[in-house]
Design a protein around this ligand. Structure first.
Ligand SMILES: Nc1ncnc2c1ncn2[C@@H]1O[C@H](COP(=O)(O)OP(=O)(O)OP(=O)(O)O)[C@@H](O)[C@H]1O
Length: 232
């Protein structure tokens, strides 16, 4: 089966700042990929390019063999690091908003995820704790029927118990026809769910490896490898 994502020699600049340098990578179907790097390394930029929210300065990006554009917007579901919901909304309004906006929104999956997440339809978004808000954003992003899910820092600023619940939800509700890219710098908490990891530093891809290879051939956890590669 063809790759879900292919990036070839992608560069992205913001004014004079080069945020991504010649990034090339592929992601096969059915993979959970960790996109790991310290603050400012280019993780969000990479996701926004794949989501079609930014354009590369050069290079090509394809999702299921199709260049980024209108068609790929329906193949990619992006959970940004800042919520897309409005403060006045209740959880049910957020669900309705996504259902109206995305033809591929699966409302019964959303209901199942809300139950799993202990979120009530009547909860007001502005009253949700950070952890509960992350659960809502994850529910919204993962209830779309996409081929590629991009989750930008889904456990950022959330306590360890809430992190566990969010990771359990990702694994439980993830569909193996698709692939998932998750950005984080909290490697230790999340590495158990990754099949492969991409290390990115100052906009350059420095490693793309199967987690099993890191564990078996290098005898290290991903967190240990991360600390070694990113040691200053
Ligand atoms: N709109 C922008 N204008 C100018 N520079 C930007 C812009 N967005 C990001 N940058 C810069 O590009 C680089 C990569 O930023 P990016 O947000 O992709 O990193 P990140 O790895 O997601 O960081 P974090 O973990 O802090 O979210 C950083 O140096 C950042 O300051």
């Amino acid at each position: 089966m063809s790759n879900i994502l292919e990036m070839n020699q992608v560069n992205k600049t913001y004014g004079r700042k080069q945020a991504l340098h010649n990034v090339s990578l592929t992601v096969a179907p059915g993979r959970i990929v960790g996109l790991l790097g310290s603050n400012g390394s280019g993780k969000s930029t990479l996701m926004k390019l794949v989501a079609g929210l930014l354009h590369p300065a050069s290079g090509s990006i394809q999702v299921t063999g199709k260049p980024i554009g209108l068609v790929t917007k329906s193949l990619v579901s992006f959970m940004p690091d800042r919520p897309l919901t409005e403060k006045w909304m209740k959880v049910r309004d957020a669900i309705a908003y996504y259902r109206d906006f995305y033809d591929d929104f699966d409302e019964s999956k959303a209901q199942e995820m809300l139950d799993f997440m202990s979120l009530a339809e009547n909860d007001r978004v502005s009253h949700l704790s950070k952890g509960m808000n992350e659960r809502l954003q994850l529910t919204l992003a993962m209830s779309r029927k996409a081929r590629l899910y991009l989750l930008d820092e889904p456990i950022g600023g959330v306590d360890p118990v809430a992190r566990g619940k969010i990771l359990d939800a990702i694994v439980k509700f993830y569909d193996e026809d698709s692939s998932l890219i998750i950005s984080t710098h909290l490697v230790n908490d999340i590495e158990r769910i990754f099949d492969e990891v991409i290390f990115i530093r100052e906009g350059k891809l420095v490693m793309h490896e199967e987690v099993e290879t890191i564990r078996l051939q290098h005898g290290k956890s991903v967190d240990e490898m991360f600390k070694e590669v990113f040691a200053e």
